[in-house]
Ligand binder design. Structure first.
Ligand SMILES: [Zn+2]
Ligand SMILES: [Zn+2]
Ligand SMILES: [Zn+2]
Length: 151
């Protein structure tokens, strides 16, 4: 059987499901395989459309478990359904293009320091944080500025 770089990701997602008590089934393997070959973020509806043989409830439930397990990032979209992308690194934040929906990931030690120092001012224990920065990506900027010459 040929092996390539796709396989470890599938193991991770399946393992994430198994860790949550969900057995590996053909259906779940199909969903995971589709997720891992998606290069971009996707919505639950897109995943349902790509997997006509799989029940919607199963798709939604599997996504929810993967999000809870930290294997998928759930990304709010300014107007529209949330999008999901595979969490490729442990702790990170996102940029989301408000025009085309392209998702970027970033890590920034300054942000983490600010978050830690905020913890002293906030009552209770901070157990996590999320940050999404909405942008107009360079590609969209290029399209919208195509009339003007950028020298
Ligand atoms: Zn992410
Ligand atoms: Zn864009
Ligand atoms: Zn952070």
């Amino acid at each position: 059987m040929p092996s390539d770089t796709v396989i470890p990701i599938e193991i991770d997602l399946i393992t994430a499901l198994e860790d949550r008590g969900l057995r590996k089934t053909a259906t779940r393997s199909t969903i995971v395989a589709r997720i891992e070959t998606a290069n971009d973020a996707f919505t639950a509806e897109q995943l349902c459309r790509d997997l006509p043989g799989v029940g919607r409830a199963t798709v939604y439930r599997t996504i929810r478990h993967l999000v809870d397990a930290g294997a998928l990032c759930k990304l709010p979209i300014l107007d529209g359904a949330p999008m999901y992308s595979i969490a490729r690194v442990e702790h990170h934040h996102h940029t989301i293009c408000s025009k085309c929906g392209t998702i970027g990931e970033f890590r920034d030690s300054t942000v983490e320091r600010v978050m830690r120092s905020l913890g002293k001012e906030i009552d209770g224990d901070i157990v996590g944080h999320r940050m999404e920065i909405f942008i107009t990506c360079n590609r969209c900027l290029g399209i919208s500025k195509s009339g003007a010459s950028i020298a």
